[in-house]
Design a binder for this molecule. Structure first.
Ligand SMILES: Nc1nc2c(ncn2[C@@H]2O[C@H](COP(=O)(O)OP(=O)(O)OP(=O)(O)O)[C@@H](O)[C@H]2O)c(=O)[nH]1
Ligand SMILES: [Mg+2]
Length: 583
């Protein structure tokens, strides 16, 4: 045993000496793998490709949500010594859990929801004997990032269907009774016309008019849907069940009204309170509710209501103030690093960035004193909170998205999936690599993709609106429409107002500027001067807006030369952006 131990110790020492011996080579290997891809010294702005933070991210999630169904009422009677036939004491069923949605600042991604796919609220517990009511089902609150859009795709509402069935059944019964009465009257008239002899044949023994045989056959019994809602004392036979007469179903009102279909929510601000998506089913009533003279000992209770289930799709549009748009490898991520504290990935190949990144530019250095002053006067329409934010702008956010390539609007590359994040940005910054060919051509190519994407979105939005309009007509109920509980902007009405706005203007109308990056590289001067001349022409109105959209923003098209990798010229971007944001 001691021998074994000594061998083990020796092995360990040899391994550790090996480690010591090999440490220089290991270090050199690690330094080579973590070195940058260019000759420049490694820094925060020129990091090695593996020096980055990559949070989990998803900007879409399809969910199926199930509200909880109500618990059943209970049929029970008090049983005590010397009290063989006690009064009914069945408890009521608990209500099912509701599903709410809430937008909160802490959330940044939908990846957790995308993985969950199904969300169920708790079901209400059944009532019990001794007048014990069932517990309520547990509610669920879905927390999403600010900037999420919720769209309902499909809904199943068994309670509403049941109510419809009952209504239809009632109408049918009424109609049938009316017809019967008419028939009776007719027969009586006929009987009066004929002599008393035939009279005996037509009227049956009770004096009611006899029905013709074929009429009796036609009379098909339709099952009473209200019977489905009752729950009978356990252990009763089917025939007993059929023969039991039930009282009228009591009218129940849910505590929370199910919002009408289709739900459409634009959660562009944090919601102070959760918003209801699916209301849980109502709990059933216990048998004491049905005690009456005819039913002194009711052997029935009502079942809990089935609850709504629906398919919803969540889409996150990041709410950044500035969107960086550029070809792959243009230097967007480096620029984001230079502007903010972001640790997004940087690499010298196309499609380094695979997911949108958001960074925050802190203007006040956390002192509460903005360095770049906002000159915005408070506007009347916007509410106080946003005014306050504008008055003391201490920070703004920048979104870096994967590079766009030609044909991105046709879903080539990665860009299209992420262009929607730029859609909401207040300002667009086109990042153009001065060392990668003609800057004007690059700018035009980028604008073309963005413009085509914008037009496509407009068409999509219009189609969607048309579809929902058809639905409303069908329902012939003007109050039904996409609800927007937040009073947040409903893009269907505010942005896309039919033929009055040219397609694509909601993006082309945004203020924009060009960041001409990699200006530190040799022979980029001429390229920059050409770009600047082109932008001046656009501002003066001698050249058309590169997107080709009429009425697009051409107020002050600027080009700012920077070297993001050295952090030079970046301050100008900050000042220029604040100026545009406060326009
Ligand atoms: N010389 C120089 N190189 C730069 C500058 N900015 C970025 N680069 C380099 O350009 C390469 C691409 O930079 P990224 O920031 O990853 O480019 P990107 O636009 O985010 O690329 P994708 O994410 O693939 O679209 C990297 O090797 C950077 O070091 C700059 O100002 N000067
Ligand atoms: Mg990138």
């Amino acid at each position: 045993m001691p021998l074994l131990r000594s061998v083990a110790i020796r092995q360990r020492t040899t391994r550790s000496t090996l480690a010591v011996l090999s440490s220089p080579s290991w270090q050199s290997r690690s330094s080579s793998s973590s070195s940058t891809l260019n000759h420049l010294p490694e820094s925060r702005l020129n990091p090695s490709p593996d020096d980055y933070a990559s949070p989990n991210f998803a900007d879409k999630a399809d969910l199926t949500i199930y509200a909880g169904r109500g618990g059943n009422g209970c049929v029970s009677f008090l049983r005590e010594a010397f009290l063989p036939d006690g009064p009914p004491n069945g408890g009521d069923g608990g209500a099912g859990g509701n599903i709410y949605i809430q937008a909160a600042h802490g959330e940044t991604s939908l990846h957790k929801l995308a993985r969950r796919r199904f969300i169920r609220a708790g079901r209400g517990k059944h009532g019990q004997g001794s007048a014990k009511g069932g517990a309520r089902g547990e509610d669920v609150i879905i927390t999403v990032p600010v900037g999420t859009i919720v769209r309902e795709l499909e809904r199943e509402d068994p309670a509403a269907d049941e109510a419809m069935n009952i209504k239809a059944y009632m109408a049918l019964q009424k109609q049938r009774r009316k017809e019967e009465l008419l028939l009776e009257e007719e027969k009586r008239k006929r009987a009066e016309d004929l002599g008393e002899l035939e009279n005996e044949e037509i009227l049956d023994r009770k004096g009611r008019p006899k029905l013709a045989p074929e009429e009796e056959e036609e009379d098909v019994e339709v099952d009473d849907p209200t019977r489905q809602k009752w729950l009978l004392y356990p252990g009763m036979s089917k025939s007993e069940m059929k023969s039991t007469s039930f009282p009228r179903l009591p009218r129940r009102h849910p505590f929370l009204q199910q919002p009408p279909a289709p739900i459409y929510l634009d959660l562009s601000r944090p919601t102070p309170r959760p918003i209801l998506l699916a209301a849980g089913g109502i709990g059933g009533l216990g048998n004491p509710h049905f005690t009456s003279r005819e039913h002194p000992k009711p052997i029935f209770a009502t079942k809990g209501e089935e609850a709504v289930s629906m398919k919803v799709t969540l889409e996150l549009k990041l709410l950044a103030d500035v969107g960086l748009v550029g070809l792959p490898n243009a230097g967007k991520s480096t620029l984001l690093r230079a502007l903010t504290n972001s640790r997004t990935r940087v690499g010298s190949w196309a499609f380094t960035t695979l997911q949108p990144n958001i960074g925050t530019v802190v203007l006040d250095k956390y002192s509460g004193q903005p360095t770049a002053r906002s000159h915005k006067k408070p506007s009347v329409e916007s509410d106080e909170a946003s005014d306050a934010a504008l008055e003391h702008r201490t920070r703004f956010t920048v979104a870096d998205i994967p590079g766009l390539i030609e044909g991105a609007h046709l879903d080539r590359g990665l860009g299209i999936a992420f262009l929607r994040h730029v859609e909401r940005a207040g300002v667009l910054a086109f990042v153009i690599d001065l060392a990668a060919g003609d800057a004007v051509t690059a700018l035009n190519a980028l604008w073309r993709e963005v413009g085509l994407y914008a037009q496509m979105r407009d068409e999509e939005e219009r189609d969607r609106e048309a579809e929902s309009r058809v639905d409303w007509d069908f329902a012939s109920d003007p109050s039904r429409g996409p609800i927007n509980l937040m009073n947040a902007e409903y893009s269907g009405s505010s942005v896309f107002e039919g033929a009055s706005t040219p397609p694509g203007l909601h993006i082309a109308g945004k203020p924009w500027f060009v960041v001409a990056t990699k200006a530190d590289l040799p022979s980029t001067q001429a390229n920059f001067s050409e770009l600047k001349a082109y932008l001046d022409k656009i501002t003066d109105g001698h050249a058309a807006h590169p997107s080709g959209v009429e009425g697009a923003w051409t107020k002050k098209c600027a080009a700012i030369p920077v070297s993001a990798i050295h952090g030079q010229g970046v301050d100008r971007i900050v000042h220029w952006t604040v100026g545009l944001l406060d326009e």
